[in-house]
Ligand binder design. Structure first.
Ligand SMILES: [Mg+2]
Length: 270
């Protein structure tokens, strides 16, 4: 028996899909579940109906989730923070490097370094200004965080972007931990240099290993959420991997795909 989660409150759509899948419909508070012996081409259904639909795993134990690790840019927040810092004269150059790296077409570390060198001379106040005026949380982010707080799930933000933003988000949202890339600032100006290791795909996976060791957890108690190629490695080790409005490469490699709804769609699994 398969259980599909339809992240929608449309009864008409739920009935139509239940008929198509020859399944039994169950109405839940925020979504529908369809129980059926049939399997389904979820990618095709998502595209056809413009709706989020996922398979409820038979092997993953949702009640044992104890850690959520989320990417920052275009996942927890809607922005790509480094693009936001770039002044108009270099903005298109910076965002085109970001886009290529997100699709996995450019090595993350070298693309990060070339973007940071383009930002040389940027005033450090710009970071604060971007945080205060331009950063927006993704739809459903607060609902998901509040839900995980209620059930005592630890939360961490991991980012290949700047630690300035990751740390402020962690504090603002009351998360437990963060890790991100560091850049050099001298006399209130970005020097264009990176400090230490850039947080690439392997470093993100490594962070999950470290957090599990720190909290005494197994990897199958971890929910990882991301959107780009840099999230691929951490998805491979997390118990539940979620592609949020993600690039095709990542969608193909995740257990859960959310393309239309908010991050709070993840609550439907619990
Ligand atoms: Mg991202």
């Amino acid at each position: 028996m398969n259980t599909f989660i339809l992240h929608s409150q449309s009864l008409t759509l739920a009935q139509r899909l239940a008929t198509e899948l020859q399944g039994e419909l169950e109405e839940r508070q925020s979504h529908f579940r369809i129980h059926t012996i049939l399997s389904a081409d979820l990618e095709q259904l998502r595209e056809l109906y413009g709706v989020d639909i996922n398979l409820l795993s038979k092997t993953f134990n949702y009640s044992e989730v104890a850690l959520m690790v989320s990417d920052m840019d275009s996942t927890l927040i809607i922005n790509e923070t480094i693009n936001e810092i770039a002044s108009p004269d270099i903005a298109s150059k910076v965002s085109s490097i970001t886009e290529q790296a997100m699709h996995g077409n450019l090595d993350f570390t070298s693309s990060f370094k070339s973007k940071i060198s383009l930002l040389k001379g940027t005033k450090s106040e710009t970071l604060e200004q971007v945080y205060n005026e331009q950063l927006n949380l993704s739809k459903g982010a607060l609902e998901l965080i509040n839900f995980f707080k209620q059930i005592d799930v630890k939360m961490a933000v991991i980012s290949g972007g700047l630690s300035y933003f990751a740390e402020r988000l962690k504090d603002q949202l009351g998360l437990d931990s963060y890790r991100a890339s560091n850049i050099e600032i001298v006399d209130n100006c970005l020097t264009g240099n990176v400090i230490g290791k850039v947080i690439d795909a392997d470093a993100k996976a490594q962070y999950i290993h470290e957090l599990c060791a720190q909290y005494g957890l197994e990897k199958n108690q971890v929910v990882a959420i991301g959107d780009g190629a840099n999230d691929l490695e951490m998805m491979k080790i997390a118990g539940l991997s979620v592609a949020y409005r993600a690039k095709p490469l990542l969608q193909k490699n995740c257990d859960v795909v959310i393309n239309y709804g908010g991050l709070d769609a993840i609550i439907d699994f619990f």
